[in-house]
Design a protein around this ligand. Structure first.
Ligand SMILES: Nc1c(C(=O)O)ncn1[C@@H]1O[C@H](COP(=O)(O)O)[C@@H](O)[C@H]1O
Length: 179
């Protein structure tokens, strides 16, 4: 599946199973917000090792600029992809029923020196999408400007939240409900 326009995908979003999609979808949504074309697929190091190696080996030549890889449990997919592609790999630890994603987090984050995976938080697929957008923005002035706008929006929203909180607390204090 390719989305965000008919252009050739720049980012690969892959996951160990389709059961990871409810978590990984947030990466796709972030890329959609920046109109970055991506592709989505299930690529499991454990269950389809040959296809996984082929995906990693061919990704750069197919025009991808980064890979977002999500997996749960014994999450070897991001690290294995990083070992066969020269592209940046962003790992998303997917939380499963047991261990709250700690197993996945530690599997992805503790890579040996020489094989980097940029690991986001457990379930942090949105940040994975945003990080991929920043990687592209480093070489794309228009995208960089949009990223700056996005950051300004975050700033405005946080400022507004502070304003609302102050109004609420000061209002309660005026009626003697709070210090
Ligand atoms: N961690 C991996 C890998 C891998 O790392 O290669 N392949 C599948 N999985 C994970 O197994 C979990 C359960 O998968 P199923 O729901 O298909 O049983 C998923 O979170 C998947 O990412």
């Amino acid at each position: 599946m390719t989305s965000a326009s008919d252009s050739a995908p720049l980012i690969g979003i892959v996951m160990g199973s389709d059961s990871d999609w409810p978590v990984m979808e947030a990466a796709a949504q972030a890329l959609d917000e920046f109109e970055i074309p991506y592709e989505v697929d299930v690529v499991s190091a454990h269950r389809m090792p040959r296809e996984m190696i082929a995906y990693g080996e061919e990704a750069a030549d197919r025009g991808l600029k980064a890979i977002i890889a999500g997996a749960g449990g014994a999450a070897h997919l991001p690290g294995m992809l990083a070992s066969v592609t020269p592209l940046p790999v962003i790992g998303v630890p997917v939380p499963l029923k047991y261990l709250d994603g700690m197993d996945s987090l530690l599997s992805i984050v503790q890579m040996p020196a020489g094989v980097p995976v940029a690991t986001v938080s457990v379930g942090g697929a949105r940040n994975a999408g945003l990080l991929a957008a920043r990687i592209l923005a480093a070489h794309d002035g228009e995208l960089l400007a949009r990223m700056r706008e996005f950051q300004q929006e975050l700033n405005d929203q946080a400022t507004e939240k502070g304003k609302r909180l102050r109004t609420k607390v000061e209002g309660a204090a005026a009626f003697g409900f709070a210090k």
